[in-house]
Design a protein around this ligand. Structure first.
Ligand code: SF4
Length: 73
């Protein structure tokens, strides 16, 4: 699956880090690093992180939907 975080919106609340620590981490107090292409098997964890984000900065979708989007369909 594909994951994008709007870093202009992210306020480093770290809720995603608690929800999905294998895919999101804060380096220092403000720099979020994250897995942009987690395995589909981790979908529930990623969705939990997206729902936990108080500013809705996390967007996630399945690989097949991302491919359609990139093709402009
Ligand atoms: S929960 Fe949202 S605001 Fe907080 S670090 Fe994660 S992406 Fe950023």
């Amino acid at each position: 699956m594909r994951v994008v975080v709007d870093l202009n919106r992210c306020q480093a609340y770290a809720q995603c880090v608690y929800a999905a620590p294998r895919h999101f981490a804060l380096h220092g107090r403000e720099a979020l690093v994250y897995d942009t292409a987690p395995d589909d098997a981790d979908r529930a964890e990623i969705e939990r992180a997206a729902l936990a984000c108080p500013v809705r900065a996390i967007t996630a979708c399945a690989d097949d939907l991302a491919a359609l989007d990139e093709a402009g369909r």
